[in-house]
Design a protein around this ligand. Structure first.
Ligand code: SAH
Length: 230
């Protein structure tokens, strides 16, 4: 099997869209999804149900979990601590989170085209352009924050070490309890674009928010039987 790793940039100049996906066969390799989370149980039914579960069965994707608590060296494996300078809540420590990411990166197989994704409410908002671009990566690593978030030195280190491989995205202007649900949302948007996951592999082009159609094509209304509904 020939492995191809490509990183895409969607270039849309005025009304002319350059199609970076033309002739490219999506996902010629297995996509490996890595979740860094202190609450891995949250993902259980998500990854065992419906088309995501089938994608794993069909070996189109693999999923692995790393618990950053495993990198805490104190007796109670405490992942959080009080914020410097006071304030409410607790902050996740930078070092165990860094070690968790590094453990994934060190073990990565294949050609190592990867993204490290940090969900965060204050960042630019995730959309179909991210989903389409990420669907070509071999490894997606999601770093799930909890409490008041992760010590900012985590992201500073990620930016220094991994540059463009590291990306921070928000699901929208609201605050969740943790990055797990945000990560599942993004995983679902990406995985359904992986070849073989849904039957009509090219159908993303006709769906709402095609990046190559300016992101504002909204799909027509859908009907099914019976022909009359009250
Ligand atoms: N104190 C932070 C909120 C932390 S919420 C603030 O005021 O900005 C804890 C975690 O939930 C975050 O680290 C992030 O992983 C996740 N999260 C919360 N809201 C989110 C959103 N809108 N999009 C993506 N992730 C979010």
């Amino acid at each position: 099997m020939v492995y191809i790793s490509l990183t895409f940039t969607i270039i849309i100049c005025g009304s002319t869209a350059v199609d970076p996906y033309e002739g490219f066969n999506f996902s010629q390799y297995v996509m490996h999804i890595h979740l860094i989370s202190i609450f891995p149980d949250i993902f259980e039914s998500f990854f065992s149900t419906s088309l995501i579960g089938k994608a794993i069965e069909k070996k189109l994707i693999t999923v692995s979990f790393v618990n950053p608590r495993d990198f805490c060296d104190d007796k109670h494996q405490q992942i959080d601590d009080e914020p410097y300078g006071g304030g409410d809540g607790m902050v996740m420590k930078a070092e165990p989170m860094i070690m968790a990411v590094e453990s994934v990166v060190e073990d990565m197989v294949g050609h190592k085209s990867f993204k490290i994704v940090m969900p965060s409410p204050a960042e630019s908002i995730f959309d179909q352009r991210h989903a389409l671009s990420w669907s070509s990566f071999e490894h997606l690593i999601f770093v799930c924050g909890r409490y008041e978030g992760i010590d900012v030195r985590f992201e500073e280190y990620m930016e220094k070490m991994y540059a463009d491989h590291f990306v921070k995205v928000s699901l929208g202007k609201f605050v969740l309890l943790g990055g797990e649900v945000a990560s599942m949302t993004m995983v679902e948007a990406v995985v359904r674009l992986v070849s073989g996951v849904i039957k009509e592999s090219g159908s993303w082009q006709d769906e709402s928010y095609n990046p190559l159609k300016g992101m504002n094509n909204i799909e027509h209304p859908q009907y099914t039987r019976p022909s009359e509904v009250r």
